[in-house]
Ligand binder design. Structure first.
Ligand code: COA
Length: 374
């Protein structure tokens, strides 16, 4: 048996940001165009007029102040309202592979390792750019890794489920090192014309390098244990669409193929599931609230994270104990908790314990108990 450890992480952050002010200005311009185009139907009561979005609502409901995106021009053009992502030639690297590669190289550099130390690449994300060949195999090829690779999808929990799969293989001895990569092009499956959700997501890619603790070349986080759980729910869903011959009544163009959620229900159902999951995992590991130096949570909503932090610690966590990055990145699906871990973990010292927890569609929840060494 080997002890698995996280020895490096990397974050690819796109160049473009969209502030709430820019987002709302574009959305409201689209609303004006829509209402003018449908003025007769709206006046006759056949169609509801669309309502403006508001910066105040977005900040209060979510805590999000801006998001990073691969393409800004299409999203902010009220005549387009989606990212303009070029169709690439089959020979060119896919967008997910390109983003993931950048994050993977950073993770390996932080660990002081190279492609020869990697036996497995997992591309774990919410939305795959294509069904096959696996994006993970493309990243494996671009990195020059021997061994094997596969894609996995557990929506927002993909990173922690991927870490569990990799850590278990390292523990058993079947691999030496693994990259768990989370490229999230959330902007392409978000309906930017729906004010209930147009502010929620951003694009990013993260990578986590896990290897045998004894192979670590510097400070590392021992993976003490992992715990995953799923319970089926339709409250966060999209439909791939290729099996569908006709659209459900009243469903406009691609809406059912994009992100859909019943946000209120998600809030009510996922909060107790996550709090109970973390409490049970900590109890099983003998980790008391006072022992926990840091909580790196999934980054969907600030109110949600504040609630979970209070439940887990039985008090209001200090900002540094439960760092949020969603104000800058918005919800980046599986990558969120790893961004928080990557940016806010290097100050922990020998013996400190922390916990990564992701949660989301499925429903799914995954947690990883870590201990700092070195
Ligand atoms: N601007 C202004 N008003 C808006 C708006 C916007 N962009 N979007 C919605 N509203 C309105 C609604 O129409 C509603 O009006 P009403 O009260 O007249 O019906 C009101 O604001 C409240 O909307 P609601 O959707 O109930 O807000 P909320 O407080 O539940 O916050 C979410 C919405 C999505 C931010 C919140 O439910 C959430 O974060 N849920 C969990 C999401 C999650 O974790 N998902 C996982 C994804 S991986």
């Amino acid at each position: 048996m080997h002890t698995p450890a996280i020895t490096g992480t990397g974050v690819f952050t796109p160049e473009n940001t969209i502030s709430n002010a820019e987002l709302v200005a574009a959305f409201n311009a689209y609303v004006d165009l829509y209402n003018a185009d449908h003025a007769a139907d709206i006046a006759a009561g056949r169609l509801a007029a669309k309502e403006y979005s508001s910066e105040e609502f977005i900040l209060k409901a979510s805590g999000i102040q801006q998001r990073y995106v691969i393409d800004k021009s299409g999203i902010l053009d009220p005549h387009v309202m989606h990212p303009l992502l070029e169709q690439r030639a089959d020979e060119a690297p896919s967008l997910m592979a390109e983003m993931g590669l950048d994050a993977a190289r950073k993770a390996l550099a932080e660990a002081g390792k190279t492609a020869t130390d990697v036996d497995l690449v997992i591309c774990a994300a919410s939305n795959m750019e294509r069904a096959y060949p696996a994006v993970a195999i493309e990243i494996q090829e671009l990195l020059g890794v021997q061994g094997f690779a596969f894609d996995m999808n557990v929506a927002c929990s993909s990173a922690t489920f991927g870490i569990q799969a990799a850590a278990d293989m390292i523990r058993s001895g079947s691999i030496r090192g693994a990259l768990v990569i989370n490229p999230e092009i959330c902007s392409a499956h978000l309906e930017w014309r729906d004010r209930d959700c147009h502010f929620i997501f951003g694009d990013v890619a993260t990578a986590t390098f896990i290897e045998r603790a004894k192979a670590a070349s510097g400070a590392f986080f021992e993976v003490k244990s992992t715990r995953c759980a799923t319970v089926f729910s339709n409250n966060i869903r999209n439909n791939n669409g290729y099996l569908r011959r006709s659209r459900p009544a009243g469903m406009a163009d691609r809406r059912d193929m994009q992100f859909m959620q019943n946000g209120r229900k998600v809030f009510k159902e996922v909060l107790p599931m996550v709090s109970d999951h973390i409490a049970a995992h900590m109890a099983a590991e003998g980790v008391a609230a006072d022992d926990l130096k840091r909580l790196w949570l999934h980054q969907a909503n600030k109110t949600m994270n504040d609630f979970i932090g209070r439940k887990v610690l039985s008090r209001t966590p200090k900002a540094h104990e439960q760092p949020n990055i969603l104000q800058d990145y918005a919800n980046t699906s599986s990558a969120g908790s790893i961004i928080a871990f990557s940016k806010y973990s290097s100050d922990l010292t020998e013996g400190d314990t922390g916990l990564i927890c992701s949660f989301g569609a499925g429903y799914s929840v995954g947690s990883v108990v870590l201990q700092r060494h070195g």
